[in-house]
Structures are given as structure tokens and as C-alpha cells.
Design a protein around this ligand. Sequence first.
Ligand SMILES: Cc1cc2nc3c(=O)[nH]c(=O)nc-3n(C[C@H](O)[C@H](O)[C@H](O)COP(=O)(O)OP(=O)(O)OC[C@H]3O[C@@H](n4cnc5c(N)ncnc54)[C@H](O)[C@@H]3O)c2cc1C
Length: 431
Amino acid sequence: MTTNAISLMASPRRGHYDAIVVGARCAGAATAMLLARAGLKVLAIDRKPYGSDTLSTHALMRPAVMQLWRWGLLEPLLKAGTPLIETTTFHYGDNEITIPLAPGSELPGLIAPRRTVLDRILVDAARKAGAEILHEVAVGDLFADTRGRVRGIEIRAAGRAAVRVGADIVVGADGIGSLVAKCVDAQPLRRGVVSAAHVYGYAPVEPGAGYHWYFRDGIAGSFIPTNDGLACIVASVPTGLFDQRFRLGHARARMDVLEALSPVLAAQAAQAPKDARLQAFRGVPGYIRQAHGPGWALVGDAGFFRDPITSHGISDALRDAESLERAILDGSEAAFAVWQRQRDMIANQILDTTDAVAGFDWTLDDIGERHRRFSAVLKAEVQALAGQPMPTRRAHSPASRSRTHRAPANQDEPPASVGQTLNRNRTGARR
Ligand SMILES: Cc1cc2nc3c(=O)[nH]c(=O)nc-3n(C[C@H](O)[C@H](O)[C@H](O)COP(=O)(O)OP(=O)(O)OC[C@H]3O[C@@H](n4cnc5c(N)ncnc54)[C@H](O)[C@@H]3O)c2cc1C
């Protein structure tokens, strides 16, 4: 029996959406969920499988937990077996400072869900709100009208003609290597100067453990309790040291760092099964990119990246998803300008205070002060979030909203084949 090779690529149900989101993890799935809850027709596309893992040590700080609580997703995360974290301990050399996590506040503690759990719950919530989410489908290009306004995406699969899908706005939530940012030539507003490498793996942990953050001259580490009775154990070093010391094997070099930080931490890491995989991230300096332009916006790591050492990327992604939703619902240029101004203000503070730790130019005498500066930024961020209205739930009818992102006349027809594609990498130049 012969079987014809067929492409199993899922296809979008419509030819046109109010919003298309490229990437469906914490920034993309959250944006899709919020827009769909507000009544927009939303498509989100991710090239990775539903519920798959990604490079991340997934420790959530208070702003992320607060957002998830506001959106009604903290309970599903706890029900999925994500342990509640009630203390955080800073180890500065041999000194320990343990901080209880805000007893009496509306949040019961912090959480560090595996990305297989967090991203899946965000996708489920987006689908429940009516968003269409396609996994294992890659966006290959954007297309624009003759005035350069982005009008939609092109999806390609081997052996099939490219499919064009139109949208009033295309949101790039496609991470560090953002195709959307490249296609629209989003300008860098700021580049960080330092980067750190992080090498991590999982080992069994007793219930009730808290976060632990370890620092000694030139090295750092963390212990992050997560799902399935495991803790994520991380060794962090400047990228330069990673290039020298980890070249000959991640496992031994990571264990050397953990032993130097704390014999207790190293012993916990040694509980991992012998064949347990390690994940390594060599480091990327932080950046802030232009966040929007005609027919497009960037959210999450696509628009702003800071070193993972302060565990703030997911908080940034969720916060910016909610404020971007407000700008999209408003639809005016002024609303997008305000959104970018607010994002830049907090992003600059987060990048400054993160690079002050990720640069490893501190001593055990001043690292505590650098953490207090970061903590003050977090506190202000939480206060700002608490003062914001809860996100809209179907208060707007997309048809009746006044928007600058107007769709072509026939919303369900695929867009006409005219219009230039934007991917410079594919063609060498815009066409
Ligand atoms: C080693 C490491 C540790 C970290 N630890 C923490 C931590 O402890 N706490 C924390 O808060 N943050 C942490 N972060 C940061 C956090 O992981 C990121 O900030 C967060 O993942 C950003 O989410 P995102 O949705 O913007 O992008 P991503 O999570 O990168 O998702 C982007 C998605 O877009 C998809 N995509 C890309 N291109 C296309 C395309 N052309 N077509 C279709 N889909 C596409 C990708 O498949 C991907 O699924 C860490 C990061 C690293 C690297």
C-alpha cells in the first residue's frame, strides 16, 4: 500500500482576524486570552507543540503571580500541583536572610510552575475565551499594504503554497529571535552591556521548600521548587567564565559552581537521576526595542529582554500583555504611544537593576543593596498593577469600537494577494 505524503498543517478558520499573535507562550497566549475575553477575533500561532517545554527556570516574582490571580489562573496553577512558595532566602556567602512572602496579603505566596504547565494553562484560558490557537505552525513572513502598514501574516509548510491571513494588528510575541521584530525592522532603543550564563537541571525536593538565592564572589545559584516534587537548581556565572569553564562539560562545571556556593545546594543537586538532562543558556545582553508601528506591536521578549538572573521575564511578559490589550482595544495612535512610554519606563528600571546583578561586578558587601534597589522597583510595579482596572471582559463589541486598525471590508475572506512581504532575511531586501 502506498501512502501519499500529506501536510498535516492546521489551517486558520478565517481569512481575517482582529488580531494575530505570533508566539503562544506567556506573552502571546496571555495577549490572545485578554483580547479574546474582550470580544476580539484572535488567532495565535506557535511553531512549538502545545504544552511543550522551553528554556526557562520559571520562578515567578510577585507581579506575575498577581497578574495570574487577577486573570483567575492562580487557582488552576495550584490545582495542577504547583507548590506554593512561602519564603525566600538570600545566601550572601555564609550569611542567610529569610523573608516570609507577605503574610496577610491577597496573594498566598509565590509559585514557579514548569512552562509545560504555565504556558498550557494560558493557552487553555485563551481557547476558552474564544481565541483560535494553532501549534506546530510557523509564521514565515508578514505582508504589508502599499503604504507599509502591516496587514497580516504568511504561513508556510513544506510542500504547500504559502497561506496569507489578514489582521487589523499583528502582535509579535515570538521571543528573543522575533521574526516580527525583524520583518518590521523594530529599532533598538537600548542595548544592555552585560550577560550571564545559566545552567540548570531538576532534582527531588521535600514539600514546603522556599526559594533560595545564593551569591559568592563572581558566581550565583538558585533553588526553585516546582511541579512534580522537583526543584530547578541553577548555576549562574558571567558569560566569559561560562566560555572558559563550561567548555569541557556542563555537568562537572555546574557542580563545581554549586559546591562553591553551598555544599547543601550541591548535595540537593546530586539527588538528581544520573541521566537527568541539563539545560544551558550562554547569555544574551538585555535590550529594549521599539514596541509598535503601523499594524504591529511587540510584547514579551520580542520587545524587551533582561537577564534571567532576577527572574522577571514572565512578569514583564504578563504585565505588558495586559497594557498592550488596553492599547489595542483603544486603537488610537495616542494609546499605543502611552503604552510604549509606560513600558519603556518600567523596562529601563528593570534592565538597570537586573544588569547591576547580572554584571557580577558586585561584592558580598554591596549585592544586598543592589537587591534592595531591584525590590523597590518590584514594589512600585505591584502597586501600579494593583491600581489598574481589571481587564475588560466582552465590554466592547469589536464592530462598534472606533479603531485605527480597521479591517478590509470582507472580514472572513483571505486578503488579496497584492501587498509586499517584509521578511528581509528571505529575500535580502524588502519587496
Ligand atoms: C535560561 C533562562 C531562564 C529564565 N528564567 C526565568 C525565571 O526564572 N523567571 C522568569 O520570569 N523569567 C525567566 N526567564 C525569561 C522568560 O523565560 C522569558 O521572559 C519568557 O519566556 C518570555 O516569554 P515570551 O512569550 O515573550 O517568549 P517565549 O517564551 O520565548 O515564546 C515565544 C514563542 O514564539 C514561538 N515562535 C517564535 N517564532 C515563531 C514563528 N515564526 N512562528 C510561530 N511561532 C514562533 C516560539 O516557538 C515560542 O514558543 C528565563 C529565560 C531564560 C533564557
